[in-house]
Design a protein around this ligand. Structure first.
Ligand code: PEP
Ligand code: MN
Length: 254
């Protein structure tokens, strides 16, 4: 209760938004429990539905059924929901259940063919699209994805800095490149940038310092992977925090 009052106060004063939720889930209960415990503290609930995994034998998310779970949660908790989309059918399925915030994953941003296909389905729809930076630090590719969306008349766009593949040994799973973020901001001063400390860190220890840095730099939001029981998560278990840890993080970074 104490946290609730404190955090709501922080949220009212904040100029940035908090996006949180699981990397992916294995069941409706897992998703619901996570959402229920954090919905008062966040602006948007995130969840991976179809996961683009490196290894085909890894868990690829719960797929289509997750859309129904998210629909129910969004309605009951009055919580906007954001999901990753990679192919047109993902968008078609989600729009039917009134999901209106989509993010483009790092593996998709790199591919102009995919971006075109997604733009074709999204054009004319009342949606918000968040574009993650591509895996490798090619700012032209990131900017190109924005220009492509804009050329289709899709202008409600935000950027997500999720770090870049480290070619050398690094304490990060994906190296943050704050200078590149500055360059992005010079090119598109009107576009808000969200930081994704979870995929930058790859663990839970570095989340606080990365979040603080992002807020200090004036970034507009934080996307934090949060799971009701991270140790049971079937993807990105090491980097997810539980609802209590999320609440602590929000108060710490303030
Ligand atoms: C995710 O957000 O769970 C994800 C897979 O992110 P990325 O595309 O940044 O790897
Ligand atoms: Mn993830």
């Amino acid at each position: 209760m104490l946290y609730k009052a404190l955090i709501i106060n922080i949220m009212l004063k904040n100029k940035y938004s908090i996006i949180a939720g699981p990397c992916s889930v294995n069941s409706e209960q897992e998703l619901y429990k996570t959402a229920k415990e954090i919905h008062n503290y966040i602006d948007v609930f995130r969840c991976g539905v179809w996961k683009a995994r490196t290894n085909p034998n890894s868990f690829t998310g719960s797929g289509d059924i997750t859309i129904n779970w998210l629909y129910n949660i969004s309605k009951e908790l009055e919580l906007p929901v954001a999901i990753e989309v990679g192919i047109p059918s993902h968008i078609e399925k989600a729009l039917k259940k009134n999901i209106r915030i989509f993010w483009i994953g790092a593996r998709t941003t790199v591919n102009p063919f995919y971006i075109n296909e997604l733009c074709n389905v999204l054009k004319g729809e009342n949606v918000e699209v968040w574009i993650k930076n591509p895996i490798y630090p090619d700012i032209k590719l990131w900017i190109g994805a924005f220009e492509r969306f804009k050329s289709f008349g899709i202008n409600n766009l935000k950027a997500i800095h999720r770090g870049f593949y480290p070619y050398y040994k690094s304490k990060y799973r994906n190296n943050p490149q704050w200078k590149l973020v500055d360059k992005f901001k010079e090119k598109f001063p009107e576009i808000e940038i969200i930081c994704d400390p979870s995929h930058i860190a790859g663990n839970t220890k570095l989340l606080e310092s990365i979040s603080k840095k992002a807020i200090k730099k004036g970034m507009n939001g934080l996307m934090i992977e949060t799971h009701c029981k991270p140790e049971n998560a079937l993807s990105d278990a090491k980097q997810q925090i539980n609802p209590e840890q999320l609440k602590k993080l929000i108060t710490y970074i303030h």
